[in-house]
Design a protein around this ligand. Structure first.
Ligand SMILES: NC(=O)C1=CN([C@@H]2O[C@H](COP(=O)(O)OP(=O)(O)OC[C@H]3O[C@@H](n4cnc5c(N)ncnc54)[C@H](OP(=O)(O)O)[C@@H]3O)[C@@H](O)[C@H]2O)C=CC1
Ligand SMILES: O=C(O)[C@@H]1CCC=N1
Length: 263
């Protein structure tokens, strides 16, 4: 399958790199990436020589079966005008990962085009094939196309085909949420350093604890509070920290954090 990623930055680059890793495991893909500058292309090509790299968006689109738009949202219209001219996107699968540009907005930017439009929200863990990716197709996209896109994105982690409301909420937990999780890890590091650990050691410990927590929940199927009950000895150490977190409004802060991006 020939895919062109327009904009090989943090997100487009993560998708392309993840797909190359899938290729190394046998996936039959042919990936082209574009960028604004040659330096960005040189950087990605150095570690991922399987990628075709070009500054020529139009040729990249003309040669692709699937086009992924991964430029910043405020650049989307200009780049779409460029790549869709002369019917270049017609009949192709057109995936946009630009946040908050909905399928109806993309349709309005593509008047008269027969491109099959899907609004997709991955996260940067796509590079390591651990993304949580949401897929919202436009109303007129055939089921077969949705399946194709789902298969392709499943190479990069977990996927959900969903409506726009679910995508918006899911993106706060996953697309943005990965940053919130990293902030929590950093907070643990800061606490660890105050307790006398070196930062690198505190980071390793925090990461392994995060991995362990995910494993416990995934393997046991427990609700998080039921797993917490297994850790908290009555009158013990853990409950002191948990209550301190709630005195500082942790649950409320997380809820407010997730709602903030929906405004
Ligand atoms: N970052 C994330 O975690 C997520 C981002 N998104 C969405 O992904 C999109 C990209 O974000 P992000 O990757 O963070 O941004 P970046 O700035 O990291 O990447 C944008 C890329 O677009 C390239 N670019 C700019 N103009 C053009 C052009 N005219 N033609 C081709 N390429 C061009 C840039 O090239 P150069 O490097 O040469 O300047 C750069 O590589 C956004 O719309 C965002 O909403 C969605 C989910 C998660
Ligand atoms: O911050 C943003 O707007 C994008 C969307 C999801 C992650 N980054």
């Amino acid at each position: 399958m020939r895919i062109s990623v327009i904009g090989a930055g943090n997100m487009g680059g993560a998708l392309a790199k993840g797909w190359v890793k899938a290729m190394r495991d046998g996936a039959d893909l042919d990936i082209t990436v574009t960028a604004r500058t040659q330096q960005s292309l040189d950087r990605i090509k150095a570690d991922f020589p399987e990628l075709h790299c070009t500054l020529d968006n139009k040729t990249a689109v003309a040669e692709a079966e699937i086009v992924v738009l991964a430029v910043k949202p405020w650049m989307a219209k200009t780049v779409i005008d460029e790549i869709a001219s002369e019917g270049r996107l017609d009949g192709k699968i057109f995936i946009s990962v630009a946040a908050n540009i909905l399928p109806e907005d993309l349709k309005a930017m593509l008047p008269g085009s027969t491109a099959q439009i899907l609004y997709v929200m991955p996260n940067i863990a796509a590079e390591y094939c651990q993304s949580m990716t949401f897929i919202s197709p436009a109303d007129d996209v055939p089921a077969e196309t949705v399946k194709t896109v789902e298969r392709l994105l499943s190479l990069l982690g977990k996927t959900q085909v969903c409506d726009l409301k679910t995508l918006a909420a899911g993106n706060m937990l996953a697309g943005c949420g990965i940053a919130y999780v990293m902030r929590f890890i950093h907070a643990m590091m800061q606490g660890g350093v105050e307790l006398g650990l070196y930062p690198a050691n505190a980071q390793q410990i925090a990461q392994q604890t995060m991995t362990g927590a995910v494993a416990v929940l995934q393997e046991s199927g427990l609700h998080p509070e039921a797993a917490i009950d297994k850790v908290t000895t009555p009158g013990g150490l853990t409950i002191r920290g948990l209550n301190e977190l709630e005195h500082s409004g942790m649950t409320s802060a997380v809820i407010r954090c997730l709602k903030a991006g929906m405004k």
